[in-house]
Design a protein around this ligand. Structure first.
Ligand SMILES: [Zn+2]
Length: 254
């Protein structure tokens, strides 16, 4: 399936209807964040028949070994195709100086109102020694999930209809397989069948990892540690932002 990476320099589409709305949206600060954090789970969701989108808040540029934004955007498109996701949007917010502002919250909330996801997945922790954009993205995502459902505020959202996101999940960049500190309800998704798709999507970013092949090994090793801890050969770990109940305990845990 061809996925076209759009930027919000282009006029956004009108709000999705029941036929083209997304079931899940994963939000990253930079192209490659989502692939590292939860690429295997997104590929699996697509194979299970769900409609999945990725929203990158920035183009991730400049970075030391990239010729420029066009190359990075092409990498993002190739990675989206490797995972099979239906939609990828780049909000074109400022890389390296991304902040949790009202305007940035609204920009992301508009996307939730357009695509109407049931589940939003995004950063759930700080990333010390890495880009501070990640933690800002967590705060922007938290706010945008809230803003998306607020009534009597249409003037900020181009008249887009309100949308209540049903569930928000947190991830960490899965380079180390750590859990998120202070969070109790971790969920491991079995990505044994889609680990190769995840690795393929990360390898699309030659500007980021072409001279650091060990990073691919780290991503694979982290998935294996997370998976084997839960009895499968590869996994990705998520945290529910709030406790949730399950209907069938046997189907859920078996
Ligand atoms: Zn990043």
């Amino acid at each position: 399936m061809d996925v076209v990476v759009t930027t919000t320099k282009v006029k956004p589409p009108v709000s999705a209807d029941e036929t083209n709305r997304l079931d899940v949206i994963a939000v990253g600060a930079h192209p490659d964040d989502v692939e590292i954090a939860c690429g295997g789970s997104l590929a699996k969701l697509v194979r299970q028949g769900y409609r999945v989108g990725i929203i990158d808040l920035t183009d991730g540029e400049p970075t030391p070994n990239s010729p420029g934004p066009d190359v990075r955007l092409a990498e993002a498109q190739a990675a989206a195709e490797a995972l099979g996701v239906q939609v990828r949007v780049n909000l074109d917010l400022p890389n390296r100086r991304l902040f949790d502002t009202f305007e940035h919250r609204v920009a992301l909330a508009k996307q939730f109102r357009i695509w109407r996801p049931k589940i939003v997945i995004g950063f759930g922790a700080k990333t010390p020694m890495a880009s501070p954009d990640h933690f800002q993205t967590m705060q922007i995502t938290d706010a945008a999930v809230f803003y998306s459902r607020l009534t009597k505020w249409d003037e900020h959202f181009d008249g887009l209809p309100v949308h209540a996101v049903s569930r928000q999940l947190y991830f960490r960049l899965a380079i180390e397989p750590d859990l998120i500190p202070g969070e109790a309800s971790h969920i491991t998704v079995d990505i044994a069948a889609t680990l190769d798709a995840k690795i393929a999507s990360v390898m699309c970013y030659q500007t980021q990892f072409g001279n650091k092949p060990y990073m691919i090994d780290r991503v694979r090793a982290a998935a294996m540690v997370s998976g084997y801890a839960a009895g499968v050969s590869a996994g990705e770990v998520f945290v529910a932002s709030r406790p949730f109940a399950v209907d069938d305990l046997v189907k859920t845990v078996m």
